[in-house]
Write a protein that binds this ligand. Structure first.
Ligand SMILES: [Zn+2]
Length: 1029
């Protein structure tokens, strides 16, 4: 999935797992089998859980460790348990069901004692879990009445909707049954906004069991039949436990291993009015008439809202889909259409081919709409781009890009895309940026459609999203993470490939600068204590926890780590290892260790990739490398980069850091780069005495920050002042980024930051200037919210002094180079937003030309934002922009106009735009997070928008689920610029009052931590700024 919102600023790391902790995890289920006093655990209670988290879920109970301040790993250590082993060397077979192997016997006495110990612990903890988890309760006498510990415990089951015991008590499904094929028939009614369905699930029994448990949410099951083998099909009763979105069928006799069964369920439901499940959407066509459509968004856990299913990524199966429609509509699904039948009712039924591949439920998709398409053949695949009819002209760029990239990936991965068709569909109202459903990728219109006249910068955005989703057809669809804790295997890879494929195929799009910015952004988030490891070993079980995995760490840190690994390995080896990984696991599910093992297979002579990468994926945060030098001896020291110093317990964490460096004799060509692996706390490397300086982390491809000490920084600054080209633009950006980060950490003074920035009067390159301006602008915004008027005035003078000339010299005509477009849009947006006359005059003149020419005199695409935003500051122009917003059919333009409208400093307009965004209609609700973040940036709206979010919280989470990316974005943008104790307490008070409506979210912790850090930054730096600025 592609997230549509700008995410995350930064902060710092935290708890690390020592490598010595990676011991064997006692297998709870197996141990339990060995204990005759544990009758409750049957083989089919094995759930597909990564080894570590399964133990948590089952043994410790989610909420035992769910306290916001709790460190899961440390807690387990206190309990004397080592459950950090995520190694899958012995369970990495391609089958997701391999946890069903017969229990191994444990015959040694010490092991038996361990069994008893663990058993008691499990027993106690699972009672605690049940008590916490099922508060309402739902406990039956049979379940709750067994408090006497001398009587063997039976599991406590909740009550089903009909009052009977529900035969399962975990959020994860049992692994006793495996779905093989789904036969889905759906009849949506776009007038009543309802649908009916029939799901026929063919399954095999993997373990003797008396129950079949699967997912279903908001579906009314009207009939259920069950058939074993060739027996006659019989009607069965379906039990439902709504809190966990599960249904079950119980049997008196065991279903036996190897039996083949068929469960048929008829059901009815409403089309969803939110953005997930099978949902309805609408748009106004060119005559102004409202057109309705229905589409799906299942990732991560909403397939269960459209059809009953085993809705976990490891339950892969094949699917055959049939959809009924009215004439005048088309239907689309993952596979090509096989046939159409006219039903007696006059409706048409489209049947699609059965999927040629096994796939996870979250990748199933279908659409009923009146779209049109353009198509092209690429190798053996028919590529099509669909849109509403009036935007057909805007689909060509996406088709070209998708065709090129499909060919690229087919060749690069050595595995052809396996389906005969690939549709890319622009959906008028769609929340995510895009969704990689196999063969039927869905997009926001703004992520897929561009007019011919659009600027290369607009096209860059489309190319990015298309490249990301296409990469998922391999990373995610062909090879899927076993569970959501390893989501980075999908998203980190898709993000990595989106940049690398475009850098190869479309070098003119200048993606290397974008990727650099992404690495900085990932560090910002990962420098907070509230961050999490890329591969999460604590529990990811509840829907909120699963949703929260879709964040900057998973996407952007994941991609950054892959880049670091790639640049560390000898040329070509990374690709070889990746091809091996795809080949080893195609069609199945993986955990992170499977990836490292595949890479190690192609690199036998190298240090184990796994040893190195575990230090990066299982710990959150990243290291700070400090350089100190005495003559030819250079000492490197690593420590965690911890912004919040109160978390001192994890300072012993270590990484295997592939430290790269160049020196003054050879500093910019790739061949100058040398590499040294820092595994310990400290190490020394020797250089020639004549070397004047070293720059570490060449091109900033490593995920660490470097501190050169006072002397080291001074030498580097001198070198830059003498010859700016002594370092590559990426290395200059890297120095700017690092010194701001060190200043936040309190390791360098703001004076030193300003010393480095002095060189920028000679800077003309996009990467370093963008980084400098973005850092200065975040400082400016913080001061603005505190209304530090004198400092703001002086900061403006500072910015004009360093960048004013460059700002004024920017051309306002058409510009071909994407890199120069990026640069001038950043420069001019800052200039105009701070009121630089030269800029605002030009922008206003361009705007007036545009409106006076009835929008025929185009504004260059990269300047639209600055022109619209400047215009929006005047009342009359704001109103004319509002008209333009309603009438334009160009999606990228529309979005820029919306941002401009939201940037107004008029409180009445702000209130109007917020409530209109929430209402939907004139402004689609999908845009609300963008509106909120834009309003939050301005002084006039930042308190209004916080009030708005508090007052409308329940309506907001109705549209955007708790934990989801839009909610993360809303929390972040509305609170991240607070820097006072009063606001800290207010934010804390509000979120803790929400309880299950959001108080447990990681983004709440992140927000509180950010406010505290802002406070600290102000205390520390205001005096310096007053002196030095
Ligand atoms: Zn994605």
């Amino acid at each position: 999935m592609e997230d549509p919102f700008d995410s995350e600023r930064a902060s710092l790391p935290r708890n690390m797992i020592e490598n010595t902790m990676f011991e064997e995890e006692p297998d709870v289920v197996d141990l339990a089998k060995d204990s005759t006093a544990f009758p409750a655990l049957e083989p089919d209670e094995v759930v597909y859980e990564p080894r570590s988290s399964r133990l948590l879920v089952r043994g410790l109970g989610e909420n035992d460790l769910d306290d916001e301040e709790e460190d899961y790993e440390s807690s387990a250590r206190l309990l004397g348990m080592s459950f950090m082993n995520r190694s899958s060397t012995h369970n990495s077979s391609s089958s997701p069901y391999n946890r069903q192997a017969p229990p191994r016997l444990c015959s040694c006495p010490s092991a038996r004692m361990l069994v008893v110990g663990v058993f008691i612990l499990v027993l106690v903890a699972s009672m605690a879990m049940a008590l916490y988890f099922l508060p309402g309760c739902t406990f039956t006498k049979a379940g709750c009445g067994k408090a006497n510990s001398s009587i063997p415990m039976e599991p406590s089951y909740p009550n089903s909707t009909n009052g009977e015991l529900f035969p399962w008590n975990e959020l994860r499904l049992p692994a006793s049954v495996r779905p093989v094929n789904y036969d889905l028939s759906l009849t949506p009614n776009l007038t009543s906004m309802t649908f009916t369905g029939r799901t026929v699930i063919n399954m095999t029994i993997l373990h003797d069991t008396k129950r079949i448990v699967l997912h279903s949410s908001e579906l009314i099951i009207t009939k259920a039949t069950f058939q074993v083998g060739e027996d006659k099909s019989v009607e069965v009763k379906v039990l439902e436990y709504k809190p966990w979105q599960q249904i079950a069928v119980s049997f008196l006799e065991d279903l036996k291993v190897g039996q083949v069964c068929v469960l048929t369920l008829d059901y009815a439901a409403n089309l969803s009015h939110t953005y997930d499940g099978f949902y309805n959407s609408s748009y106004n066509d060119k005559t102004g008439a409202k057109r309705v459509l229905a589409a799906t968004q299942f990732e991560p856990q909403a397939a269960r809202k459209a059809f009953p299913c085993f809705d976990e990524p490891a339950f892969k199966a094949t699917f055959l889909v049939r959809i009924t429609r009215e004439p005048g509509y088309i239907t689309l699904s993952n596979m090509p259409q096989a046939k159409t039948t006219t039903l007696p009712s006059g409706l048409l039924e489209d049947e699609f081919e059965q999927t040629a591949v096994n796939m996870s439920t979250y990748l199933v998709a279908f659409i009923v709409a009146n779209f049109t398409s353009i198509t092209r053949n690429v190798s053996n695949t028919l590529v099509s781009v669909y849109s509403v009819p009036e935007k057909k002209e805007h689909t060509h760029y996406a088709l070209d890009t998708a065709s090129t990239l499909l060919h690229f990936y087919n060749t690069f991965f050595h595995i052809d895309y396996p389906l005969r068709k690939l549709d890319l569909v622009a959906i008028p109202d769609f929340l995510a940026g895009a969704m990689e459903n196999w063969g039927l990728i869905t997009f926001r219109e703004t992520s897929l459609l561009v007019g011919n006249q659009s600027s290369p910068l607009d096209k860059q955005l489309i190319a990015n999203v298309v490249a990301h989703e296409l990469a998922h057809q391999w990373f995610g669809n062909l090879v899927t993470m076993r569970w959501w804790n390893d989501l980075w295997l999908n998203e980190g890879f898709a993000t990595y490939w989106q940049y690398t494929s475009l850098m190869t195929e479309f070098p003119q799009l200048d993606l290397d600068n974008v990727f650099l910015g992404v690495r900085f952004k990932a560090m910002a988030k990962d420098s907070l204590n509230s961050s999490h490891p890329v591969s999460v070993s604590s529990q990811v079980t509840t829907p909120e926890q699963v949703s929260e995995m879709f964040d900057s760490v998973t996407y952007e840190k994941g991609a950054s780590l892959l880049l670091m690994l790639k640049t560390t390995l000898p040329d070509g080896q990374f690709r070889k290892g990746i091809i091996k990984y795809l080949d080893n696991y195609r069609g199945s599910n993986t955990v992170t260790e499977d990836l490292w093992n595949s890479l190690t297979q192609v690199l036998p002579q190298q240090e184990s990739v796994s040893d190195m990468m575990r230090t990066w994926t299982l710990q959150n945060g990243f290291p700070l490398v400090t350089v100190s030098r005495k003559g030819g001896h250079v000492t490197l020291t690593q420590e965690p980069f911890l912004l919040s110093a109160d978390n001192a317990t994890h300072t012993s964490n270590l990484w295997h850091i592939p430290v790269t460096y160049v020196n003054d004799n050879c500093s910019s060509a790739p061949s100058c780069r040398q590499i040294f692996t820092l595994r310990n706390k400290t190490a020394t490397l020797n250089v020639s005495d004549s070397v004047k300086w070293l720059k570490l982390n060449y091109m900033n491809t490593g995920f660490y920050i470097v501190h050169y000490g006072d002397e080291g920084w001074a030498t580097l600054i001198d070198a830059l002042k003498t010859d700016i080209n002594t370092l590559t633009p990426h290395d200059r950006a890297s120095l700017i980024h690092n010194i701001f980060a060190l200043s936040r950490l309190g390791r360098v003074s703001f004076r030193q930051v300003l010393n480095l920035l002095d060189y920028t009067t000679n800077e003309t390159e996009t990467a370093p200037l963008t980084e400098a301006l973005s850092q200065l602008s975040s400082v400016y915004r913080l001061l603005d919210k505190r209304q530090e008027q004198r400092l703001l005035a002086r900061m403006k003078v500072y910015i004009w002094g360093h960048f004013g000339q460059l700002m004024d010299s920017q051309d306002w005509g058409e510009e071909e180079s994407v890199s120069r477009q990026e640069l001038r849009s950043v420069l001019l947006e800052m200039a105009c937003s701070l009121g630089r006359q030269n800029c605002t005059d030009q922008a206003t003149a361009l705007y007036d030309q545009w409106t006076n020419s009835n929008q025929t005199k185009q504004i260059p695409g990269d300047l639209q934002q600055v022109v619209f935003s400047t215009a929006a500051q005047a009342d009359l122009r704001w109103l004319s922009l509002m008209e333009a917003y309603s009438s334009t059919t160009y999606d990228s333009e529309k979005r820029k106009i919306l941002q401009a409208l939201a940037s107004t400093q008029d409180p009445r307009s702000i209130v109007w735009i917020l409530s209109t965004g929430l209402e939907g209609g004139i402004i689609q609700t999908q845009e609300l997070p963008l509106v909120i973040s834009t309003v939050s940036d301005g002084f006039a709206g930042h308190l209004l928008v916080w009030d708005f979010v508090k007052e409308n919280w329940d309506r907001i989470i109705e549209k955007f689920p708790v934990g989801s990316y839009p909610i993360q974005s809303i929390i972040k943008s509305t609170t991240s610029q607070f820097s006072t104790q009063t606001h800290l307490e207010e934010v804390q008070g509000f979120f803790s009052s929400l309880k299950e409506r959001g108080s447990q979210m990681r983004s709440v912790q992140e927000s509180l931590e950010t406010i505290r850090l802002n406070q600290l930054w102000m205390d520390r730096n205001l005096p310096t700024l007053r002196i030095w600025l």
